[in-house]
Unconditional design. Sequence first.
Length: 191
Amino acid sequence: MPRKSSNLRENILEVSAVLFRENEYKDVDMRRISKEVGSAVGTIYNYFPNKETLYVEVFKDSWEKTLINLDKITNMKDDPMKKAVKFVMEIYRGKEDRKYLSKQVIFHTIRKDAGKNEIKKIKDRWHNHISNNMKKIIIEANAVKNIGIDEKYYDHLTNTILIATLALDDFFSNNETSKEFIEIYIKKLLS
């Protein structure tokens, strides 16, 4: 068995992340990845048995970074309204940074069952993580400003915010308008 290098593995992940962000899943293949990495296709397969496994790893890694940032925002000492806006902006920024990587997962364009199942687990995990953090911020806002939202609606409110954030591109033609909307939307929801 060929020797594996953690640096090459990281390089494969970095190059793949760029390719999956900038191109539809169907337009990226292992040959293209190997060409961009500067390595033989067989070498790529030593690290990742197929494109789906590589895609899942890239997707998981990209969300880990966002979740860490969301944890920092949730735990910061700041006005709950400001935290809520920063929190949702981070979700939006992460989605924008991921480009096709986010769109493909949101719209389920991964066709292999193994990849879909793994992506579903990751999506469920990040959804729960985001929901729990957003609920903490809503509870804090409710305690500070008495916004009058019953706890039984926290899940619905969190899901509404997530769906609206992920769908902004369908309504606004540029990022600045989307960011302005997020700020107004969150402040109105939590006031």
